[in-house]
Design a protein around this ligand. Structure first.
Ligand code: NAI
Length: 301
């Protein structure tokens, strides 16, 4: 199998000043990509700004003989997100790869969370992913090629105490990527989601230091790089990675039951059939909303 390389490709990695984004940027650059290293450089909970982290990663890439340019705009507003993508166009003339990775945390239980903390997390993760994707999409469509990898979390897939804002944003990103995958299909644009687990300044707030040290971001980067490559052909999929573990997650729908709609369907009938309704045995994935609706219609008839 040919070595996976990114020669001639241009990548934008958001939030690449540290943690996972830095590992992605370094790996792509080491394999020939020209990289826009975006990072606003604020605190882990989204305060302030600092150009140092992004610039440092650019310096590292250049010291290793790679090509990179820094950008310090926020993903969280439409105008500034456009500037991130524009940096790729102005500097390198194209954008082939977008990794939506920037993120913050503002954890608090539902009742204690300030509305501003809910909104801020949605703005950075969900709106930021939407804005950067929307800004990059026309260029990818024009060149009939694009790879978009966005970042979700087990907090969204499976739930986590104190992360209603974050969990909502992360699952929103899964829905967003499902739809972008469909809109991008005819233009060679593939959109997928990574669910990482790594020791970074974000997870240092909840993980013990020895685990943070063990779960290096570098263990997640190879699958993300593969997801950004020409060789990769999947779209609308979720992959999980951390500490050498790699797998795919998916939404599965059970085969369900079909009740006679010519008679009244009562809550008691639902209760009676509930074990079968709930069962995922023999369940399956759907590749689109249309496909699932088609199955409902065919079961009806
Ligand atoms: P990190 O804090 O090291 O990296 C996030 C980067 O995003 C920071 O450098 C930060 O300055 C930047 N950033 C924040 N707001 C920004 C904005 N508005 N515009 C541009 N840049 C901004 O944390 P980590 O862990 O590397 O996180 C990367 C992504 O992975 C995040 O989306 C996070 O939610 C996600 N994630 C991480 C997990 C982990 O185990 N580390 C688990 C699940 C998801």
């Amino acid at each position: 199998m040919a070595e996976i390389r990114f020669d001639g490709r241009v990548a934008v990695v958001t939030g690449a000043g540290g943690g996972l984004g830095r590992a992605y940027a370094l790996l792509l650059a080491a394999r020939g990509a020209k990289v826009v290293v975006n990072d606003l450089g604020g605190t882990f909970d989204g305060h302030g700004a600092d150009s140092t982290p992004a610039q440092k990663v650019v310096d590292e890439i250049k010291a290793d003989g790679g090509e990179a340019v820094a950008n310090y705009d926020s993903v969280a507003e439409w105008e500034s997100a456009q500037k991130i993508i524009q940096t790729a166009i102005d500097t390198y003339g194209r954008i082939d790869i977008l990794i939506n990775n920037a993120g913050i945390l503002r954890d608090k239980s539902l009742m204690k969370m300030e509305i501003a903390d809910y909104l801020k997390v949605i703005e950075v993760h969900l709106n930021g992913t939407y804005f950067c994707t929307k800004a990059a999409f026309p260029y990818m469509r024009e060149q009939n090629y694009g790879r978009i990898v966005s970042t979700a979390s087990v907090a969204g897939l499976y739930g986590n105490f104190g992360q209603t804002n974050y969990g909502a944003a992360k699952m929103g990103i899964v829905g967003l990527m499902n739809c972008v995958a469909q809109e991008g299909a005819r233009y060679g644009i593939l959109a997928n989601t990574i669910v990482p687990t790594a020791g970074t300044r974000l997870t240092a707030t909840v993980m013990p230091p020895d685990i943070v040290e063990k779960l290096k971001p570098e263990y997640v980067a190879p699958v993300v790089a593969y997801m950004c490559s020409e060789q990769f052909q999947e779209s609308g999929k979720i992959f999980t990675a951390g500490g050498g573990y790699f797998s795919r997650a998916a939404i599965i729908e059970g085969p369900g039951v079909v009740l006679d709609i010519t008679a009244e369907i009562t809550p008691d009938m639902i209760a009676e059939k509930f074990d079968a309704i709930k069962s995922l045995e023999g369940g399956r994935e759907y590749s689109s909303a249309t496909e699932q609706t088609g199955v409902i219609l065919s079961k009806m008839s």
